[in-house]
Design a binder for this molecule. Structure first.
Ligand SMILES: *[C@@H]1O[C@H](CO)[C@@H](O)[C@H](O)[C@H]1NC(C)=O
Ligand SMILES: *[C@@H]1O[C@H](CO)[C@@H](O)[C@H](O)[C@H]1NC(C)=O
Length: 217
């Protein structure tokens, strides 16, 4: 009997961290983030007193506005996460609008905490993601207005505007704080920098090429 109990505890210990890697389900109707109180570090933000919560806490305005795509990659992400929208706290969701100039890209990146469901509102875009090692299979698709695509949690993915005009997409993510790791910025633009010797070996190219890459970020 005791050994079965120990076994059960062991199983729980192994399986629980997996479950807790995701946003928890809320235990109350809502927990609007109290942005003024950042003293307590929990998996989410401290709740505002429910009596002080207003209708506006459940509202975010402005996703109709196009982002400024005049930058090196030709795209702009307007992420509406719990930082911009306190009402999202504990709900495990967030949203984004992405604008793409002609030939603009949303460069290869990862959301460490979210799966992303994404739809084209305007234009046509190529999307893609790469699966885990050792297959590293590249899954890609050409999408038109109204098409919906899903980017699995934690996988490297990108979008590219392949049309002649601007393109717009709306995405929903399965975390109130999905996180974004842009691969090029993280690898070549970290502060302080990862040693160019190490990256030279990792990417199997001359160190000068790495130094050049690092100077871009
Ligand atoms: C867009 O960004 C560019 C580069 O930062 C800037 O020069 C330009 O004024 C911005 N355009 C608008 C409409 O804000
Ligand atoms: C919450 O606080 C952070 C940091 O002070 C700030 O950047 C953010 O804009 C605030 N969000 C809201 C909705 O007020």
């Amino acid at each position: 009997m005791a050994s079965q109990f120990v076994l059960l505890l062991g199983l729980l210990a192994i399986t629980c961290p997996v479950a807790f890697a995701f946003d928890n389900s809320p235990l109350q109707d809502f927990c609007v983030a109290d942005n003024s109180s950042s003293a307590v570090l929990v998996n989410g933000l401290v709740c505002k007193d429910p009596k002080l919560v207003q209708a506006n806490d459940f509202l975010f305005r402005g996703l109709h506005l196009p982002g400024n795509t005049s930058n090196a990659v030709g795209s702009k992400v307007n992420l509406v996460n719990v930082g911009q929208f306190p009402g999202l706290n504990t709900f495990g969701i967030s949203m984004a609008r992405v604008d793409y100039a002609p030939l603009g890209i949303n460069p290869p990146h990862i959301h460490p905490r979210a799966t992303e469901i994404w739809t084209v509102i305007e234009g046509s875009l190529q999307v893609g993601f790469v699966t885990s090692n050792p297959e590293n299979r590249f899954i890609t698709k050409l999408l038109q207005k109204g098409d919906v695509f899903v980017f699995p949690m934690g996988l490297i993915h990108f979008q590219r505007n392949v049309g002649h005009g601007n393109a717009v997409a709306i995405s929903a993510l399965s975390s109130q704080n999905p996180g974004i790791i842009t691969i090029a910025n993280a690898v070549f633009g970290s502060k302080p920098t990862v040693s160019s010797d190490l990256l030279s070996k990792a990417f199997q190219v001359d160190k000068n090429i790495i130094v050049r890459m690092q100077s871009q970020f």
